[in-house]
Design a protein. Structure first.
Length: 246
């Protein structure tokens, strides 16, 4: 489990370094990518997932508590070769993912430190670290996160059982697709660690004009993805009963 813990930290840190990094490049004034738009952010996050999954290969490359929970609720026997899918191991994955997310967010801040120093919009600063709704409605925002995460986790669970065993690039493209299709209302966290870890980093980092961390919203990108993961895992358990599991 020590190896698993380390690789989940490294993979999730890579995800957040590149994911938060592309957001910083687009929204912080004075960067080369300033104003690059939503699709650049979508593709940046997709490629961040691609890199993070490869870095975390030894742990099964979850880098997302929703994936870990989806595996558990789907009835999977292992999280990674030799690692039983059970509650204690799931909590260890959660801890590693949260630590990695905090580390990755701090590294992204370090990469753009001078741009953060010059940024005067607290919303832009927080947007680098965490998601936020375009129209604040906690219930409907949660629904959006449930749906996006359901698509992601269902794809991850099913693709591993297909003859081609579609790998990290396919997952990365699904993340791009989710962002382009379902990301508009909330910024698509679809990963509790991806949002909570950087939000903690935002609260702790010495950024002059950062403003509040919007803790009132923080439960949505945690609860929504976890519910979506449970629904995806349950769907996979139902597929054999519907005749789709052979």
């Amino acid at each position: 489990m020590g190896t698993i813990f380390l690789f989940e930290i490294m993979g999730t840190a890579t995800l957040l370094l590149l994911g938060a990094g592309v957001v910083a490049n687009v929204v912080l004034k004075g960067t080369k990518g300033f104003g690059g738009g939503w699709l650049l952010i979508n593709f940046g996050w997709g490629l961040a997932v691609f890199a993070g999954v490869h870095v975390a290969y030894a742990s099964g490359a979850h880098i997302n508590p929703a994936v870990t929970l989806g595996l558990l609720t789907s009835g999977a026997e292992e999280f990674a070769p030799g690692v039983a899918a059970n509650m204690p191991h799931m909590l260890a994955y959660f801890a590693a993912q949260l630590i990695g997310a905090i580390i990755g967010a701090v590294l992204a801040w370090a990469a753009y430190k001078k741009h953060f120093d010059d940024e005067v919009d607290p919303g832009a600063i927080l947007g680098v670290f965490s998601t936020g709704p375009e129209k604040r409605s906690y219930g409907w925002n949660t629904v959006t996160e449930i749906l996006g995460t359901y698509v992601l986790v269902l794809f991850v669970l099913i693709s591993g059982e297909t003859p081609s065993e579609l790998g990290p690039l396919a997952v990365a493209l699904v993340v791009v697709g989710i962002g382009a299709s379902l990301g508009g209302p909330t910024g698509y966290a679809i990963n509790p660690a991806r949002d909570l870890g950087p939000r903690i980093a935002h609260a702790l980092l010495p950024i002059a004009k950062k403003g509040a961390s919007d803790w009132a919203y923080s439960w949505v990108p945690v609860v929504g993805p976890l519910l979506g993961a449970v629904l995806a895992g349950g769907s996979v358990q139902l597929l054999p009963l519907l005749g789709a599991g052979g």
